[in-house]
Design a protein. Structure first.
Length: 193
């Protein structure tokens, strides 16, 4: 963990609907932008935000689907040890100050695109293959209490080779996703489809 500045929301400005124990709300881009404009955002040092329960760190979280309806899945074994032993459908991470753009949605997308390019080194996609699904939140786990997810779907033609963080990645048919022991965020995100 570093002193990098990441985008956070002041928790007191978040709608109680989003702060339910489990939350998955469908949004299109226009509607979520309207909701996000009501919130108080700050850039905070990542190391200090990890223990600050008055903030929620924004995580763009992306499901990746191929032309045959298979989803990229991987066992959690990376830097977030609290999620080890579960499977994830999501690619994502924090939004850094360097991702900042003219508006909030562009900032979120910049962070997402950076994360996708880090996780799939030779990925080829255009913005039309990326669509917003909605917002997820959970208040059960220590991870969930500190983060809120903006969920996207990326549709790819080929299977781009994964980076080391996604070791063990495989492509699971949509109708077999429920056979996996998914992290809660992946289950919530999948429910938005």
């Amino acid at each position: 963990m570093t002193d990098e500045l990441i985008l956070c929301i002041q928790k007191k400005s978040i709608s109680q609907i989003w702060l339910q124990t489990e939350c998955a709300v469908k949004y299109d881009e226009k509607n979520i932008e309207t909701e996000l404009k009501k919130l108080d955002f700050i850039y905070e040092k990542r190391i200090s935000s990890e223990n600050n329960f008055s903030l929620k760190q924004i995580i763009p979280y992306c499901l990746v689907k191929d032309n045959n309806g298979n989803f990229a899945c991987y066992p959690r074994a990376g830097t977030e040890s609290r999620l080890h032993g579960l499977y994830s459908l999501g690619i994502g991470g924090h939004i850094n100050i360097n991702d900042k753009a003219n508006n909030l949605m562009c900032t979120i997308k910049n962070g997402l695109i950076r994360e996708i390019k880090e996780e799939f080194k030779s990925i080829k996609f255009n913005h039309s293959s990326l669509s917003l699904l909605g917002l997820i939140n959970e208040e059960y786990s220590d991870v969930g209490k500190m983060h809120i997810g903006i969920v996207f779907l990326l549709e790819v033609k080929d299977h781009p080779p994964p980076a080391e963080e996604l070791y063990g990645l495989f492509w699971q048919p949509e109708d077999k996703i429920n056979e996996l022991k998914l992290e809660l965020w992946s289950s919530l995100a999948f429910s938005l489809l």
